[in-house]
Design a protein around this ligand. Structure first.
Ligand code: AMP
Ligand code: ZN
Length: 135
């Protein structure tokens, strides 16, 4: 268990492996996994492992690295999902641990959380595997 874990933070628990996720990629500082309520299939969250409430509290380098990981993953996600575009959202109303939403898109106006629907764990696992094959 990392000392930096916030005990009641769901994304800290994902970062430390205490609760499972459909993992897409990971390095020393960041982890990317599928959103359980995707706007579209392949909707990915990228988080710093360190707990900060918003991305704007990260240092200059970490902020850059978080966006660099988003840049690096956008191609593989787009290809795996055969999406026309990739959208980016930073919101944070539900989970107070910094994260970027990376969302495959096929039409204008799709980038709305009113379209988000709960996904089955087995479907998320299958999609994460498909994305990992493109890395
Ligand atoms: P927001 O904080 O408004 O940017 O949204 C947080 C996002 O995290 C929502 O889209 C949730 O569906 C997603 N989420 C919450 N819990 C989990 C989890 N355990 N695994 C994956 N995604 C999650
Ligand atoms: Zn946290």
């Amino acid at each position: 268990m990392g000392n930096d874990d916030m005990d009641d933070c769901i994304f800290c628990m994902i970062a430390s492996g205490k609760i499972p996720c459909a993992k897409v990629a990971e390095d020393d500082s960041f982890i990317a996994f599928l959103d359980i309520n995707p706007i579209n299939p392949g909707h990915t969250l990228i988080i710093p492992k360190k707990h900060v409430e918003t991305v704007f509290e990260l240092g200059k380098e970490e902020f850059g690295s978080l966006f660099e990981m988003s840049r690096r993953l956008s191609g593989p996600i787009q290809k795996a999902m055969a999406a026309k575009k990739m959208g980016v959202v930073i919101e944070g109303f539900l989970v107070p641990h910094a994260h970027i939403h990376l969302v495959p898109l096929n039409h204008g106006g799709e980038l709305s959380f009113s379209r988000a629907k709960k996904a089955e764990a087995k479907d998320l696992a299958m999609i994460a595997e498909r994305i990992r094959q493109q890395l």
